[in-house]
Design a protein around this ligand. Structure first.
Ligand code: 1CP
Length: 341
């Protein structure tokens, strides 16, 4: 690899500066994304390896980040299991056949890797394009977060149906989570086999859960997935909103990196974790709306705070919002790349 910063930091080795990539870096804040998006549906983009590769490469070519992330979505596992998935502009993801009964759960299939072959194909095309320059991050949704979309039938503000389901019908919830975990383990091993250099597990909506419910309905399954991956030389990043609370439990699953939301002091979290677990984060993405001197100050303050810490990947606490100015994102990355410890 020409640029090893990301992999070194992920394995808690020293780096001259923190590596940088940003969640949702291949997305809607880029005019070039819309040139492609105006011609195809989102799922067509994901399922056509050449197009998925084109979109993956946009932030590589236009922003110069230190790691690329596969262009896909966390909900493709739910679709492969039998979910009738669509993405509509302004509405977001929808499952037309929500999963709410034992019969719905029994209908979901788990032997579905052939339906996700397009992802392996995209990874191979992307690796040809990257040609050893920077690492490629593969990813999947964590079982709790994917389950929430299957139950709610789409996005949710309060996860009311999902929480009712785990509270009133815990045995059914465990059956559903188990099925998703089985698919997710096989799917991530397929991505590793196809050539990704790192994996991120997205448990975006874990924040909705209490500590005990997180442990029983989320963490347990993430731990099972991590234990089932062929991870040699492929670092595993565990992400959730709420990680500043759940980090001690997340660490028990033995990820290489924990991605931290913007609420926590990153150094305090890092020092509270077992040695050898790196942290990723944790700029509030709203800082990228601010004026450039403000953006610079927040980044440099974070780097100063993290001085002397090995195992730090710079990222946002959550994804880039679609209306953040492209020039601000580009500027933030320049600030990182000009920095030296
Ligand atoms: O990060 C990247 O650039 C790579 C591509 C990527 C990733 C990693 C996309 C493209 N989606 C994701 C993960 C994802 N998808 C998550 C986890 C990360 C996070 O918390 O932000 C989640 C929760 C989703 C579900 C999803 N898919 C949403 C969020 C809906 C909600 O409930 O708030 C949306 C809007 C999508 C569609 C989607 N996925 C990706 C893009 C670029 C889009 C927009 C599609 C479009 O209309 O153009």
């Amino acid at each position: 690899m020409e640029n090893n910063l990301f992999l070194d930091a992920a394995f808690s080795k020293p780096t001259q500066r923190p590596p940088v990539w940003m969640m949702r870096q291949a997305g809607r804040f880029m005019p070039e994304y819309w040139e492609i998006k105006n011609k195809y549906s989102f799922l067509e983009m994901c399922k056509t390896p050449e197009i998925a590769a084109d979109v993956t490469m946009l932030p590589v070519d236009l922003l110069g980040i230190d790691a690329a992330i596969l262009f896909s979505d966390i909900l493709v596992t739910g679709e492969a299991m039998g979910g009738d998935l669509s993405f509509t502009q302004g509405v977001g993801p929808k499952f037309a056949n929500p999963v709410r009964t034992a019969a719905d759960i029994d209908r979901l299939e788990t032997n579905v890797l052939d339906r996700l072959q397009y992802v392996a194909d995209a990874i191979k095309v992307i690796q040809q394009r990257l040609n050893g320059s920077i690492p490629l991050i593969g990813f999947a949704g964590a079982p709790f977060t994917v389950m929430s979309y299957l139950i709610e039938g789409g996005s949710s503000k309060d996860f009311k149906l999902t929480k009712l389901f785990i509270h009133n019908q815990p045995a059914l919830a465990h059956r559903l989570l188990s099925k998703i975990a089985t698919v997710t383990t096989a799917y991530l091993n397929m991505q590793i086999e196809a050539g990704v250099n790192a994996i991120q597990l997205f448990d975006s909506w874990a924040l909705a859960l209490s500590w005990n419910d997180y442990r029983d309905f989320s963490h347990q399954y993430n731990q099972q997935i991590l234990a089932g991956l062929n991870r040699e030389n492929v670092p595993l990043i565990s992400f959730c909103k709420g990680s500043s609370v759940f980090a001690p439990l997340m660490a028990e699953a033995k990820p290489d990196v924990i991605s931290i939301d913007w609420n926590a002091d990153l150094k305090n979290i890092k020092q509270s974790l077992p040695a050898g677990i790196a942290v990723q984060g944790n700029l509030d993405p709203f800082i990228l709306y601010a004026e450039k001197p403000v953006i610079k100050k927040y980044i440099l303050d974070l780097f100063e705070r993290m001085r002397g810490e090995q195992g730090f990947i710079f990222n946002l606490g959550h994804g880039i919002m679609p209306d953040i100015p492209f020039s601000n994102v580009k500027y933030a990355i320049e600030v990182v790349k000009d920095f030296k410890y």
